[in-house]
Write a protein that binds this ligand. Structure first.
Ligand code: ARG
Length: 346
């Protein structure tokens, strides 16, 4: 990536964590460093420099980026996750530790449940710094590994390149297909060589899905209709365990699972439901008080920056780093129970 080597000029309307923490001193201390894959500070900050409306504004090119550029990443991670440079991340993917009976057995509120994790492969650059040859090779290795899955996880891999119109429209209808990355990912270098090296695997039941080479090298997804959160988590953790027999994931004792965006570090998990809360929707203050209490995030149902439609919301855990996977799902479950209780009382 070619760009200026001068301290970026952030306009006053910029509120990203990048502009909050990138002082001239830190910039000067880091600007001549690079990782073993040649990733530099200017690469890490490019997305936030060209997209001044970023919330965060930085991406890592490899695991080493988090340590080489720690003077910038540490305060951003501290601010976003409340996680200190001396803290340790602990993983727990054991469904037996999760207490999550279906909050809506009658199926009146929860339309669907989805839990995903991001994963990247050890000893390779992350998406922002990977070469075309490395990405293509990785697609082959990952899709080969997925094709060996057995039982209910068995399925088919659909590469994006050369995908037929019939398959494409079916996958869009199922809401499975991922699109070319937005301008944040574009500026981070994550759309290079699109659509080559990208694709989607799903099982025959369409309850288990893997995105290859999107924002992270793997996004492993478990989903189904209704609110059986534990079943969704159990399928996910089984699948992760099976994939891990073939692929070594990038992991750090400090930061947990390594992801290209620092918001996903740690568990790299987003556990969500689509839930109809038409009455609460008219009282956003109460709605937000509950989601804040349980560390949850409210989104629209059409992705990260979308609006709600017909009182249906996407509710998910906000915390990812410094909490276990079980805790992330527990937060979501307990918050959803509280939201349904409130909705019923209105
Ligand atoms: N880079 C964007 C920003 O700073 C998105 C950050 C979080 N979203 C994500 N998909 N990683 O606003």
């Amino acid at each position: 990536m070619e760009q200026e080597n001068d301290f970026p000029n952030f306009p006053p309307e910029c509120h990203s964590l990048l502009c909050k923490y990138l002082s001239k001193e830190i910039f000067d201390a880091l600007k001549d460093k690079q990782t073993r894959y040649g990733f530099r500070l200017t690469d890490a900050i490019h997305s936030g420099v060209v997209n001044i409306d970023s919330g965060i504004g930085v991406y890592a090119g490899d695991k080493e980026s988090y340590f080489t550029f720690a003077a910038l990443f540490d305060p951003i991670i501290q601010d976003y996750h409340g996680f200190d440079p001396v803290d340790k991340h602990v993983s727990n993917l054991d469904p037996d530790d999760l207490d999550a009976p279906n909050p809506d057995p009658e199926g009146e509120y929860i339309l669907s449940t989805r839990i995903r994790v991001g994963r990247n492969v050890a000893n390779l650059p992350l998406g922002p710094a990977i070469s075309k040859a490395q990405r293509n090779r990785l697609e082959k290795d990952l899709s080969d590994a997925l094709m060996t899955l057995k039982g209910t996880l068995a399925g088919t891999y659909y590469p994006l390149k050369g995908m037929s119109e019939g398959i494409r429209s079916q996958l869009i209808e199922d809401h499975f297909l991922f699109k070319t990355g937005d301008r944040f990912l574009e500026a981070a270098g994550l759309n290079r060589d699109w659509p080559e090296g990208r694709g989607i695997f799903h099982n025959d039941e369409k309850t288990f899905l893997v995105w290859i080479n999107e924002e992270d090298q793997l996004r492993i997804i478990s989903m189904q209709q209704g609110g059986d959160i534990k079943e969704v988590f159990t399928r996910l953790t089984t699948a992760i365990g099976e994939i891990e027999k073939k692929v070594q994931f990038s992991y750090s004792q400090h930061l947990g699972y390594i992801t290209s965006c620092p918001t996903n570090l740690g568990t790299a998990m987003r556990a969500s439901v689509h839930i109809a809360l038409p009455k609460l929707a008219k009282d956003m203050e109460t709605f937000k008080a509950i989601t804040d209490k349980y560390h949850l995030q409210i989104r629209g149902i059409h992705g990260e920056h979308s609006e709600s439609e017909g009182g249906v919301y996407d509710i998910s855990n906000r915390r990812r780093l410094g909490v276990t996977e079980v805790q992330c799902v527990q937060d979501m479950h307990d918050g959803v129970v509280a939201l349904i209780e409130k909705e019923k009382s209105l």
